[in-house]
Ligand binder design. Structure first.
Ligand code: ADP
Length: 267
């Protein structure tokens, strides 16, 4: 009996030692992976972001300096070059942003913000990519929305990401952005008449890297990070986001954001 027990105990101790060693190795691998990820993202910043920013800078300079001196076609090419470089920069930034959010290091900078200005700016950026589409972009901004206290860049990014998706997943019809004030909150609605989202995808589209079934088809480019960033930014600004959609009819994204967001609440 005693011999049996001793044997069992030795076996158990050996198993514990084996498992502990396995866990130690797994932990080391995780740490190594995490270091590699940090190194990779630092490289993304340096090797990708820096040169793309330089391309944008030179393209802007060229556009300014050749004003009125080059034929319209070349000017158009220059504009396309600039638009595409800006898109690329936005994609790189979303990867870097996402990592910062995941690390809990994303800062919120509150300032006085006029939502109308942000919507108009984002809408004109989007209009440059709408040229070849048969889609109309309309703005419906309630008059006299007072200035808000919020993070300008994050609000801009939220609107841009939603409009960018609306353009991407809509072939014809209308994209609409609406803004109004409701019980101390800003209500933002971005709707489209695009491909719509399957019911089963509706809750998952806000997860990082999740791309809806209908969009995984190579036809629609994307990384699956856009809405995950929107959701996190909305949360950082103390708001909420909801989506309604019907396949083949279109989608409606609704955001409620406090007009007066306190920094401490974000933390
Ligand atoms: P990406 O657009 O890069 O795939 P997102 O996180 O922005 O990633 O969106 C996740 C998924 O949500 C998309 O792949 C698509 O399936 C769905 N989606 C988002 N916006 C729309 C929209 N306006 N219309 C239809 N589907 C959408």
């Amino acid at each position: 009996m005693t011999a049996h027990l001793r044997e069992a105990q030795t076996g158990l101790e050996r198993k514990v030692a084996e498992r502990t060693q396995e866990l130690t190795i797994a932990n080391e691998k995780l740490e190594e992976a995490s270091q590699l990820k940090s190194q990779f993202l630092a490289n993304v910043n340096h090797e990708l972001r820096t040169p793309v920013s330089a391309i944008i800078g030179y393209a802007r300079l060229l556009r300014r300096e050749t004003e009125g001196q080059i034929p319209p076609l070349q000017r158009e090419n220059l504009r396309d070059l600039l638009n595409n470089a800006e898109r690329l920069l936005a994609q790189i930034d979303s990867v870097l942003d996402f990592d910062t959010i995941e690390d809990g290091k994303m800062e919120v900078r509150i300032e006085r913000v006029k939502v109308e200005e942000i919507i108009q700016g984002a809408a004109s950026t989007i209009e440059t990519i709408l040229r070849d589409h048969s889609i109309k972009l309309t703005r419906d901004i309630a008059p006299e929305i007072p200035a808000m206290n919020t993070d300008r860049e994050k609000l801009r990014q939220i609107i841009l990401n939603l409009l960018d998706n609306a353009v991407k997943f809509t072939e014809r019809g209308e994209i609409k952005i609406m803004a109004s004030q409701q019980n101390g909150s800003l209500k933002l609605v971005v709707s489209d008449t695009g491909i719509g989202i399957e019911k089963g995808d509706l809750t998952r589209i806000f997860e990082e890297f999740h791309r809806g079934d209908r969009s995984s088809a190579k036809k629609y480019r994307g990384t699956g990070l856009g809405l995950a960033i929107v959701k996190q930014f909305v949360r950082l600004l103390g708001g909420e986001i909801a989506v309604e959609s019907e396949v083949g009819k279109g989608s409606v994204f609704t955001i409620m954001l406090p007009m007066d967001h306190k920094e401490s609440a974000a933390a």
